[in-house]
Design a protein around this ligand. Sequence first.
Ligand code: GTS
Length: 227
Amino acid sequence: MTLNIVDPAVTELPIMTIHDFPEGPYPTRVRIAVAEKNLQSRVEFVMVDLYKGEHKRPEFISEKNYSGTLPVLELPDGTCIAECTAITEYLDALDGEPTLTGKAPLEKGMIHMMSKRAELELLDAISVYFHHATPGLGPEVELYQNPEWGFRQRDKAVRAMHYFNDILKKQPFVAGSAFSMADITVIGGLVFASIVKLSVPAECEALLAWYARMRERPSVSSQPAFA
Ligand code: GTS
């Protein structure tokens, strides 16, 4: 089946599948994007149990996502899109009215840069800390751990909290004047921070105030990660 990517009639979209771990920080990013785009009725979520290592099974790696991570968006023809950024860009483009990834060249560039920065410096850093310096997903799944690397990444994430705090002192949203994918990525980072009990420093007042505002958005507050 071919998707008409500029079809604004959401109800005409075929049902897509998202391979999901509902409370996970990365899947939460895509869940927020789905809710922001009002696509809940077009998506079926299928749970993949990370703690059982279902995402590392050969059939998942070969058929869904070579990288062995969640989430994965599967289209009705079997095409799989992995990576939160790629999935968000796809979902945002479906109605021809992008609201999360930008329209104008500068806006698109800034959103992509800030979202990537939030991944590199915050979310992925906390993920490395989780997998390397804590029990992570357990011994069956965590086959190699390097605690020193994990602790370095934890410290990097705390530095990033200060960086985003400075950004949010100057502007209401991570990439500028409007909510975007970059905000969603920082939200994912703070969800992961909470899971690993890494507190946002109290002096990061702008970041904390922004996070309180983000949690008032229905697309965010409705997620299992905030239950
Ligand atoms: N770069 C990927 C993306 O943006 O989608 C990272 C995805 C990722 O790390 N997902 C986590 C995962 O699969 C899911 S969760 O931890 O947020 O629930 N982790 C399992 C693993 O073994 O790395």
